[in-house]
Design a protein around this ligand. Structure first.
Ligand code: FES
Ligand code: FES
Length: 161
């Protein structure tokens, strides 16, 4: 059996120390060690976006990153963004437009959408589609997702002083 490696990081603002297999990916670490099952696993090879999380402020595919690569990093999951209220308006917009169908893609979609809105507060529909092009949804046809993000961007713009 491979020796376990010591891992120290911050997950959703809380310091975490763990011992992990070197080959353990970040998605499995979050789901199995941290019980943060909002990070979903679809394709396991970087295509579907279901496993999207933030590492040091940037979104990444948690299935393509080893847990040990997050040594001393700050990792944020959908639970963290949800609990802090950072994406409360986006979540409401998804609910209002019936974007939550099976819900499998939703955590990754929300992570990617919030990433776009942080970088580009007033994106057009083409930019929204481009930014979500790495996140697959088998239920919605994407139109309602784009509507929800566009509406959230508009509402945030109206709230800005
Ligand atoms: S599970 Fe990571 S991109 Fe699909
Ligand atoms: S809501 Fe089912 S995959 Fe997107």
């Amino acid at each position: 059996m491979t020796d376990l490696l010591q891992l120290s990081l911050v997950v959703n603002g809380e310091p975490v120390d763990a011992h992990v297999q070197p080959r353990l990916n970040l998605a499995d670490f979050l789901r199995e060690h941290m019980k943060l099952t909002g990070t979903h696993i679809g394709c396991e090879h970087g295509v579907c976006g279901a496993c999207t999380v933030r590492v040091n402020g940037d979104i990444v595919r948690a299935c393509l990153m080893l847990a040990v690569q997050t040594q001393n990093a700050s990792v944020e999951t959908i639970e963290g963004l949800s609990d802090s209220g950072e994406i409360a308006d986006l979540q409401l917009a998804f609910r209002d437009r019936n974007v939550l169908q099976c819900g499998f893609c939703t955590p990754g979609m929300l992570m990617a959408a919030q990433d776009l809105l942080r970088q580009s507060p007033a994106p057009d529909r083409e930019q929204i589609r481009e930014h979500l092009s790495g996140n697959y949804c088998r239920c919605t046809g994407y139109h309602a997702i784009v509507d929800a993000i566009e509406a959230t961007a508009r509402a945030r713009g109206e709230r800005r002083p």
